[in-house]
Write a protein that binds this ligand. Structure first.
Ligand code: NIG
Ligand code: FE
Length: 418
């Protein structure tokens, strides 16, 4: 048992009468509480949140945690990251600043393939240590639940090593990880050259890598980078269907660099989410709305790649989509481990309000991952006991102080992950 006290403001993200994700006009309804507040925890779950004077008698002698008058929210959920990378790609960053494009660098064997090389060369201990450092960076910025993708192994052995590193690093840091096999991130050097080689890699992903990743729950989901010059819509459909057959849930990197049909494909296969969506048009958005496919916006990568086109979050909210945000933390397109900075970008460039941007990292991120929104991404009785404390007076400041780390503490309580 534990009682959190010395709280003046708590963002519950639990407006009365709303279940599931926060949609349309409800998206900004964070249902904050004010006053002399307390949160009580038993067995890893929230048992009470409200005025300290109403704390149930059973908690009178429970240990206390002093929250120092800071703002309390649910711990953030980062629903799209690539954390199992070993080295920065700041060298390519300089090349891009000097004029080379992301696609040009990739075509020269840099980009995703340079991260692949580093992963394949690293020993298990080095890969785990690097992954752990990357997840720690997210935790330092308020995150306790993280979706982590492989995708820098690009063969069975190294994809599985990445997934294990994410699992083990998460356990070491008491973070809850959702693991996604992204073997279909790029074509490895062994399978480049012609269409037949590329098709052979797709078959290997479908018939060997995904089933191995699904075994024993190592991965829960599969992802595919559907983009011109990478995986075609037909290849992405094959990956999605194979994932399903092996019991994996599906998500898609869609419409990031061009309008390449990934969002319609995601809707068509009933994917949990389509992510990026800078180039998604109105037809794609309505297909996603009909299919119940969530939109995960990653404006950190739009910013870092200096793109002119930003995802139109306002239109997606208006169409009734569950809109979530994530850091996309990775060494190539988004070396950005700070969700508050991503909230700032979403507010400045994607049309979200500060309250909506925060909901997009809490309850809506839970739904994008198909976590139960009665337990994840909110502070209410029955919710998982993971919280973040912020050095601000009001939650609107989280999207406002761009670049600062406002998180003072992430509190994860005994048993919260199970
Ligand atoms: O989400 N779009 C493809 N994948 C990543 C980038 C990965 C990388 O460059 O290493 C993304 O932007
Ligand atoms: Fe990504």
């Amino acid at each position: 048992m534990l009682v959190l006290e010395n709280l003046k403001r708590v963002v519950t993200c639990a407006p009365a009468g709303v279940s599931g994700p926060l949609l349309r006009e409800h998206m900004g309804d964070l249902a904050p509480l004010e006053g002399d507040l307390a949160v009580a925890v038993r067995d890893g779950r929230v048992a009470f949140v409200g005025p300290r004077a109403k704390l149930p008698a059973g908690f009178a002698r429970a240990p206390r945690h002093d929250c120092r008058g800071l703002l309390l929210t649910p711990a953030l959920i980062d629903c799209h990251t690539h954390p199992a990378f070993v080295r920065s790609r700041a060298d390519e960053f300089e090349m891009r600043l000097a004029g080379a494009s992301y696609e040009e660098i990739a075509a020269r064997g840099g980009g995703i393939l340079s991260s692949m090389k580093a992963v394949r060369e690293a020993g298990d201990a080095e890969l785990l240590a690097a992954t752990r450092r990357n997840l720690q960076r997210l935790r330092d910025h308020g995150v306790a639940v993280v979706e982590g993708k492989s995708g820098y192994g690009l063969n069975q052995q190294h994809e599985l090593r990445q997934l294990r590193a994410i699992r083990d690093a998460g356990e070491a840091l008491d973070m809850h990880t959702i693991r996604t096999c992204l073997a279909a991130h790029s074509f490895p050097p062994e399978f480049r050259g012609d269409d037949a080689r590329r098709e052979a890699y797709v078959r290997q992903v479908c018939d060997e890598i995904l089933p191995a990743a699904a075994k024993d729950g190592l991965a829960q989901r599969a992802d595919v980078f559907c983009e011109q010059g990478v995986f075609s819509v037909a290849q992405a459909a094959a990956v999605a269907n194979a994932a399903r057959r092996h019991g994996l849930r599906v998500t898609v990197h869609a419409e990031q660099l061009s309008a390449s049909g990934g969002a319609a494909l995601a809707a068509g296969v009933g994917a949990d989410s389509a992510d990026h969506l800078e180039f998604a048009d109105a037809a794609a958005v309505s297909a996603m709305a009909r299919a119940g496919t969530s939109a995960v916006l990653l404006p950190g990568s739009t910013y870092h790649l200096r793109m002119g086109q930003w995802a139109d979050g306002r239109a997606m909210i208006g169409a009734g989509l569950c809109v979530a945000l994530a850091t996309d933390f990775n060494p190539g397109s988004s070396p950005i481990p700070n969700p508050c900075f991503v909230m700032n970008l979403a507010v400045m460039r994607c049309g979200l309000t500060p309250a909506e941007a925060l909901a997009a990292f809490m309850r809506n991120a839970a739904h994008a991952l198909r976590l139960d929104t009665a337990q994840w991404g909110l502070v209410a009785p029955g919710a998982r006991a993971a919280f973040a404390l912020w050095d601000v007076e009001h939650e609107r400041e989280l999207a406002y102080y761009a670049g600062a780390n406002l998180c003072r503490e992430v509190i994860t309580c005994q048993g919260w992950r199970f």
